[in-house]
Write a protein that binds this ligand. Structure first.
Ligand code: SAM
Length: 218
């Protein structure tokens, strides 16, 4: 895949229209909307498909995986309530688009991907774009113990249940955002850690993610 990094009026205009569409769909957080308006999503696509980059759709990135739909990225980002300097663990780096949005929100991002080919591509593309998270290759269903605890954890693949280990790796006051369900559809779930063994869970809208595959997942 040949990457090309040019951000012209056409792409900037398309990005602005995408932000307007997300507002119409109910995204309200101005920081999230600003971040979506900043990240050049077409950089994740081969130039042949640039006309698809600012449509509100998921798109194949190879290895049976997808770059998430902008609405889904905005929805999860809004739920995460990222504050500048928050230490955020992202499980399922994929293309790195969500990672860039989290970085634009001011998070210190630890991101993990299990598929080597996707990982190898993303660790090259993001720094080239100027985005510098901490990259890891491996099974994120176990979290990343060595850097815990985290202020926030976001899972960008569908889990059959909430992995207990992720709750353990949250700070008290920390928040987990994770899609949970079967392989066809999942409910977005937020879990706030209010005490060492005390959690508040909220179940929200239905989405369709690729499966979270791993030791504590499918
Ligand atoms: N948010 C990403 C984006 O914007 O491009 C898309 C993520 S994609 C929907 C889900 C990713 O999670 C895939 O790249 C998949 O390989 C990865 N994944 C699935 N199970 C995983 C696991 N146990 N640990 C780490 N990554 C995993």
């Amino acid at each position: 895949m040949a990457y090309k990094f040019i951000d012209k009026y056409r792409e900037k205009g398309a990005r602005k229209r995408l932000v307007e569409l997300l507002m119409k769909k109910g995204i309200e957080d101005e920081h999230v909307l600003y971040a979506i308006g900043k990240v050049p999503r077409h950089y994740f696509f081969d130039e042949t498909f640039w006309n698809q980059a600012y449509k509100d759709i998921a798109f194949p990135i190879g290895e049976g995986q997808t770059i998430s739909q902008p609405y889904t990225v905005a929805y999860q980002s809004e739920l995460l309530h990222v504050k500048r300097g928050d230490k955020v663990l992202e499980i399922g780096t994929g293309s790195g688009y969500q990672t860039c949005v989290l970085l634009e929100l001011g998070a210190d991002v630890y991101t993990i991907e299990r598929q080597e080919k996707i990982y190898e591509r993303t660790i090259q593309v993001l720094p080239y774009m100027g985005y510098k998270p901490h990259f890891y290759l491996g099974d994120g269903s176990r979290g990343i113990e060595t850097h815990a605890p985290y202020d926030k954890i976001i899972v960008t693949a569908g889990a059959p249940t909430v992995p207990e280990v992720l709750l353990k790796q949250l700070k008290v006051g920390g928040l987990l955002v994770i899609p949970v369900g079967n392989e066809q559809e999942q409910k977005m779930v937020t879990i706030l850690k209010v005490g060492e063994n005390d959690y508040e869970k909220v179940v929200l809208d239905t989405f369709r993610f690729v499966p979270l595959v791993g030791d504590k997942a499918w």
